[in-house]
Design a binder for this molecule. Structure first.
Ligand code: ACM
Length: 552
């Protein structure tokens, strides 16, 4: 009896070992492995059941070309089993969130079936996950069946290009990271105190003046000096169209962020009339080493929050509507991010115009004025068929009727908004701010905070405070990458990985499937893929003892 039990145990262990051979992140809903392998080589044909599946074929072909040096012929029909057949079929999933697929690899070849074209694309991502991580001409893949669908509708990544600018080539790379993690939203933070990054044809000074600063503080705020080097850049509208198309080919929506009423120093430097006090020179903290002119309006050179914000005047509203008109022509996204965070009320308190407006509009105070500001913009965007999304400060002074809320100062804003039946995206800084350190002894300067891979992995986007009825307002979550202390691409990757990989599983995989121990094993495989893809990453997770002792 003991012998039988021991054999059974051995069999279970062997089966588990076998099951571990396939390592897909995010963890699919169901994987069944079988004996045998198929081979992808230069003779393999991609068969497209319909033309709308071409983006999936193109993505796979670009991947094969980049990492294995060959591309596959794309055809409408299969003449042999050496084929990857892409199609769309009816797949029922309990939540109906777009993206369900099945991936089958057996004697008949490789079949990727999506509930729609998006699902087929995710099936291709899973196929990529099981390809070899060494360059070879014959890519062996195990027989298996994957049945999979996403848990959350909104699976996002944010990138701040205001503090540091990253060219279109890098932005496309970031979009590939998003695609390869089965995420579907790219929140592009395009305007900041330290730089305006989007060409607006009606207001050329936004990029000519607002796109550049005379220098940047060195080291942690307030800095030990200044680079004394002009810094900046911006995206032309043609480049933005390219990025939006590149993302759309990966089933990723680009959500542009145009910050208002705060974080507006660069716009004010370009058009001083946007300020409550157009004739006052830009202030900067005494401890910040400043270079260049100290008079007139200037683009900020240090980090933080600044008092010179948009004046709620007709000039400003007309300006913002003009800007948004050009933004809407470039970005098809329904959600348009209007910022709304960290807007000091100092200037509005001092401004006779603002005080009179508060009286005229019967507003309670400056928070009421912020709410008035956001609601005017909301009305404009709603009239164009779009919905605003803002950081959780837009709750203060009263939420605009149709606004979605991005909860960043913890989960409270998200909870409050969901209870008011507003759409919510969770991005709490304690779990989703990838500018925080990954270990207590990080390699280079960060903004502070401490966020390990495990803490990201343990994040649950649905706050337990919400009722079943209200939790449906939480569409998902997003990780944010602010770049005050990230000036080069290698560090973008370092701060992103492996935390993004953990976040992808939080957002895609079913709640009951999340298992840190199992994820760690798959992450070890994923790290081999990072190496193969030549993506930089933090190695802190490879020393779990240090991570655990350091864990808050
Ligand atoms: C934010 O981090 N200020 C949204």
């Amino acid at each position: 009896m003991k012998k039988i039990a021991a054999s059974l145990l051995l069999l279970v262990l062997l089966l588990q070992t076998n099951a571990q051979q396939v390592s897909i992140i995010p963890q699919p809903t169901k994987i069944t492995q079988a004996e045998g392998t198929a081979t992808i080589n230069a003779q393999t044909v991609i068969v497209l059941a319909s033309a709308d599946l071409a983006p999936s074929a193109n993505f796979l072909n670009d991947y094969l070309q980049s990492f294995f040096g060959f591309k596959l012929k794309v055809s409408k029909t299969a003449s042999s089993s050496n084929a990857i057949v892409l199609s769309v079929t009816n797949i029922a999933s309990e939540n109906n969130i777009p993206g369900a697929y099945t991936l089958k690899i057996n004697q008949k070849g490789i079949q990727v079936k999506g509930a729609n074209a998006i699902g087929t694309f995710y099936g291709i991502q899973s196929l990529i996950q099981i390809l070899p991580t060494v360059k070879t001409a014959n890519l062996s893949v195990p027989y298996l069946t994957v049945e999979d669908h996403p848990r959350f509708a909104y699976r996002g990544m944010h990138l701040d290009v205001g503090r540091h600018f990253f060219s279109v080539e890098y932005v496309k790379k970031y979009i590939d990271f998003i695609a390869m993690h089965k995420m579907n939203n790219f929140h592009w933070h395009l305007t900041e105190d330290q730089g305006w990054r989007i060409e607006i044809k009606k207001y050329p000074n936004l990029t000519k003046i607002g796109g550049f600063r005379n220098g940047t503080i060195i080291g942690g705020y307030p800095g030990t000096g200044n680079t004394n080097t002009k810094y900046g850049g911006f995206y032309t509208q043609e480049e933005i169209k390219q990025v939006v198309k590149y993302a759309a080919d990966r089933y990723i929506t680009v959500i542009p962020e145009i910050e208002m009423p705060g974080h507006a120093s660069a716009a004010i430097a370009a058009y001083p009339q946007l300020s409550c006090f157009p004739d006052s020179s830009t202030k900067h903290p005494a401890k910040v080493t400043w270079v260049g002119s100290t008079t007139g309006k200037q683009v900020q050179q240090g980090w933080g929050v600044y008092e010179d914000v948009f004046a709620p005047t007709e000039y400003t509203f007309n300006f913002l509507q003009d800007v948004l008109d050009e933004v809407l022509a470039l970005f098809p996204s329904t959600l348009i991010h209007i910022g709304g965070d960290e807007c000091p009320k100092t200037a509005w308190k001092k401004s006779a115009f603002c005080q009179q407006l508060i009286k005229d509009k019967n507003l309670k105070d400056e928070h009421g004025l912020q709410s008035y500001f956001i609601q005017r913009i909301e009305k404009y965007l709603n009239s164009k068929g779009r919905q605003i999304i803002g950081w959780d400060e837009i709750l203060e002074g009263g939420l605009a009727p149709n606004a979605a809320v991005m909860s960043w100062r913890g989960e409270e804003g998200g909870i409050a908004a969901a209870k008011q039946k507003h759409t919510v995206i969770m991005t709490p800084n304690s779990y989703a701010y990838f500018d925080h350190s990954q270990t207590k002894k990080d390699d280079s300067l960060t903004i502070g905070g401490y966020l390990t891979v495990q803490k990201v992995y343990d994040y649950e986007p649905i706050p337990k405070e919400l009722s079943k009825e209200d939790e449906k307002y939480v569409l998902g979550a997003q990780a944010n990458l602010w770049t005050e202390y990230i000036s080069n691409w290698s560090k973008i990757e370092y701060m992103t990985f492996p935390r993004m990989t953990a976040m992808s599983e939080v957002l895609w995989s079913q709640k009951g499937q999340r298992n840190w121990g199992d994820f760690q094993k798959r992450l070890a495989e994923q790290i081999k893929k990072y190496e193969f893809w030549n993506w930089n990453y933090s190695k802190a997770v490879l020393n779990p003892a240090a991570e655990l002792t350091d864990k808050k």
